[in-house]
Each structure stands twice: as structure tokens, then as C-alpha cells.
Design a protein around this ligand. Sequence first.
Ligand code: CA
Length: 225
Amino acid sequence: MKRILLVEDETAIADTVTYALRADGHEVRHCLDGGAALQAMDDGAFDLAILDVGLPDISGFALCGELRRRAPLPVVFLTAQASEAERVLGFDLGADDYIAKPFSLRELLARVRVALRRATPPAHETPAAPGGFAHDVEGRRIRYHGHPLDLTRYEYGLLAALLARPGAVLTRAQLMDRVWGDALGSGDRTVDTHVKTLRGKLRQIAPGADPLRTHRGIGYSLDLD
Ligand code: CA
């Protein structure tokens, strides 16, 4: 089962696409516009995005760039006009595919399968590991320079949140929200304490690297290069 982000402002199209993808065994999150899609992306990771080019608040092309700044993601565009399809191919968006409306659901499902397959590295290949990190999202495991990290639930959550946005500064409040959610009785010091133990574990493996950066008074970032 793959998690698919569908961004389409025409509900009739979105409903049939959602139904077909779910029947094909996928989990679907449908958003009506780019703003909602970015929000959804911040809530969790997706395996693939299907983006309508003509969205009410932002073009599907611009949205693609924004989504990819957050995480690498295969993208299939839904286009309404031939000129849009040309732009998908003409611009170097790194789009994995496009489908011109009107399309058959069978065609859509076939394209989605191909894009997902292309995005999944063959089992024998080591996935690219920026900064020495290899994140197995499904297994909730992170390897660092080839060593599996033995992390507590919250250390894992912190590192996963930072890994999802390399280089971006996440505030303590954002990290609290993402990692601890509604857990009661935790404060700002909670984040700092767990960052400290996490940093210790990373240093044990690569003493000189120190990718976890403290931004005083703001929060933390993970620098991968
Ligand atoms: Ca549209």
C-alpha cells in the first residue's frame, strides 16, 4: 500500500480518482488546492503526488517545486490542455509523467504503478544517503554512515522530522507539535534534552560530522552537506 497525495480542485474527478486508487490498494489524501497540499505534506510523508496543473491558488508546476523542496517525491501531473502537457515536458520539472484529461481510470492506474515502480530502488541497491543518513520510513529505522541508530521513539521522531526538511530550521514549537503531538507535561526543555541525546548518538558514529545544528533562540536544523 502506497500513500498518494491527490491535489485536484474538481471534486467529480477527484472522487473517481480517489475511489480507483483506493480500490487498487492505495491510501489517498485528497486536497483541493496547493495550500492544503503543503499542509498535508507537513503532516506526513507520501510515496507519490498526483497534481492537477490548474489549481485555484497556485499552479501545479509551482506546487511541484514546493513539495519537492520538502521531500523527494515522484509526481504525475493531470493536464487539461495540450499546452499544459507541453509545459510538463518542456520545463525541467522532473515530472515523472503526465496524464491528459479526459483520461481513463485504467490509464491513470497504469501510470501510477509505473511511476511508483520507477521511484522504488531495486532491493540490491543502497539508497542514496545524503549526509550519511538512510531512512527506512516504513520500518521507522535510520542508519547513519551504515550503522543502524538505536533511537528512542522521540529521538527517532525528531531525527525523522529534521531529515524530512534538510537544512530547514524547525522551531521547538514545530518539533514539539510534530514529535510529541498532544503529549502532556512536556515543555521546550524536552526538545533540547532529546536533541542532546540524539547528538550524542550521532557523534559516537561520526565524531567530526555534527550535522545537527542549534539555532539559538529558534530551533534546530539538520545540515546534510
Ligand atoms: Ca483544475
